[in-house]
Design a binder for this molecule. Sequence first.
Ligand code: CUA
Length: 315
Amino acid sequence: MKAPHIDIGSFWLPKASSTLAAQVDSAFGWVYWNAVVFFVIIVTTLVVFVAKYKRRTENDVTSSVSHNMRLEIVWTVIPTVIVIALFFAGLAGFVNGQIAPSNAYEIQVTAQKWSWTFTYPNGSVSPGVLVVPKDRPVKLILSSRDILHSFFVPEFRIKQDAVPSMYTSLWFEATEAKETAILCTEYCGTGHSAMLGTVKVVEQPAFQEWLDNGGDDGKTPPAEAGKKIYSAQCSACHSVDGSRVVGPSFKGLFGRAEHVVGAGEVKVDENYIRESINVPGAKVVEGFANIMPPFKGVLNDKQIDQLVAYIKTLQ
Ligand code: CUA
C-alpha cells in the first residue's frame, strides 16, 4: 500500500505525537549528547597525544610509567556514574510504556504476511487502519497468524513484536488528531517493506460515531470500501495494473478463466474469489506458489463483498 505520512519533528526524530514520546526522546537525548561529548574529548586527546608524543629521534625511549591510580579511578568512576544515569533516564519511559493505564481502551491487533488488522471490542474489524480516539489511553494486544512481525509507530515512539501463539501488548495516548504511519520492523519476507498501515487519530465523538457504525461510515460505496481493504490487505502481493508481484494481478481477474492446480480451468466469479480469500490453498493458480495466508476470520462477509465489488471494477 502507499506509504502513509510521517511528520518530521526535529533533525533526528519524527514529530512527537503521543504522551510517551517526551520520555523516549529525553532518554535518546541523554545517550546522544553523552556520545557527542565523549567523542569530542577522546578524539581531541588522541590527536593531541599523537602530535605531542610522536617518536622524533632514534633515541626516544618509551616512558617507564606503568600505572596511575588517580587516573584509573577517574576513568572508572565517571563512566560508571554516567551509565547508571543513562539507565535511569531510560527506565522511567520504559516502565511507563510497559504498563497501560487501567482505563485504557483495548484493541486487538493481528499481524500476518503482509498486513495489519484491528479488531474492536464491539466486533468491528478495521483492515490496515487503526482508528483511535485522541487524548485517551489505548492498549493494543498483539498477535501474529504466521511468523514474527513488529508493530512500530514512529511518531508515537512505540514498538512491539507480534508473535505467533502468544500475546504481547503496548499502549499509547495520541495527542493530536491526525494520520500517521504504522511500519513492520521485523524482516518477515517478500512483502515486509509493504507491510504498512495507518493510525487515524480522531476526536472522541467522531470515534464513537465510527464505532457505532461498525467501523464504517456507512456511506462509502462498496467498491470504494473494497479499494481501501485492497490497499491494506492485498496490495503487498497483488497488483491492479497487470504486473506480477507475489500473486496473480487483480486486473481483469473477474470473469477470467484461470488454470488452477489439479482442477483445470476455473472461471473467476464471486464464489471463487471468496474461497480464495478464505482458503487460498483450495484452488491455486498454476505458476504461483501456495503461500497466501488464509483470511478466514480476518475479513468478514461484508468486507469480502466490498473486495469483490472492487475487483469487478478492475477490468
Ligand atoms: Cu511483517 Cu516485516
